[in-house]
Design a protein around this ligand. Structure first.
Ligand code: URA
Length: 237
């Protein structure tokens, strides 16, 4: 039997505010479910393929939320930010209310692909060092990158406060000052510190891939979208 729940609880679970607030919106005829207005907070609905609108805005019922964002520069990956707005301000409020978190942080000046979810197991799976999900960064350096630099990054460079040298999984030269660097771990400022270790400096940093999931070309800076089943399965490889 498909699971059912009353409308008041459905809206509350989906992040539309307190039970009382959700009840008021329902009684005020601000909600439609599967195409029809419903003003009964106790009406029960199957959670499968449930489509609803809140004040005219369409939503699908989602037990958990999984999304990707193209993080813009000058945004912080934190709920309590210090100098810049938070990336969570780019999301609809109900998602933030549901407690979504980004999976690993990018620096405020880094752009690119970031995953966001409220599924604790998924967050753990994606961020646990045990699973070593590789991440690819497009790194624009201040000075030209020479063959010996790429060799050093692949062999491992010694970073301050790290017990052993850290190596990139892969480094591809794209142009004189741009490389694509694949890392297995996500240590604090890792790309910038590795580039500093080869006496260069990062001028622009963009994460372009996580596992085999690429940052979609049509996802503009500041935009987000739901992960579909194919995206999710790519991340679970
Ligand atoms: N490495 C960095 O130095 N910064 C990031 O934001 C991500 C990886």
């Amino acid at each position: 039997m498909a699971k059912t729940l009353d409308l008041e609880r459905i809206l509350h679970k989906q992040g539309f505010g307190s039970r009382k607030l959700c009840r008021i919106m329902i009684i005020n005829e601000e909600i439609t479910v599967n195409g029809e207005m419903c003003d009964d907070p106790d009406a029960e609905f199957s959670l499968e393929n449930l489509h609803y609108t809140v004040k005219g805005e369409p939503w699908d019922y989602r037990e958990k939320s999984y999304l990707m964002m193209h993080k813009p520069a000058n945004y912080e990956c934190s709920h309590k930010t210090q100098h810049h707005p938070t990336i969570y301000s780019l999301l609809p409020h109900p998602l933030v209310e549901r407690g979504v978190q980004c999976i690993g942080r990018l620096d405020e000046d880094t752009t690119g692909l970031i995953l966001i979810s409220d599924d604790g197991q998924f967050i753990h799976r994606m961020s646990s060092p045990k699973h070593k999900v590789p991440k690819i960064y497009e790194v624009t350096c201040k000075h030209p990158i020479v063959e010996a630099n790429i060799h050093a990054l692949l062999q491992g460079v010694q970073l301050v406060d790290e017990p052993a040298p850290i190596a990139a999984l892969d480094v591809k030269q794209i142009s004189e000052r741009v490389i694509h660097m694949t890392l297995a771990e996500g240590k604090y400022h890792q790309v910038k510190r590795m580039v500093a270790a080869i006496s260069n400096r990062v001028e622009a940093l963009k994460r372009i891939q996580i596992g085999v999931l690429k940052l979609p070309e049509d996802l503009k800076e500041g935009e987000w979208r739901w992960l579909n089943e194919v995206d999710k399965s790519k991340l679970m490889l």
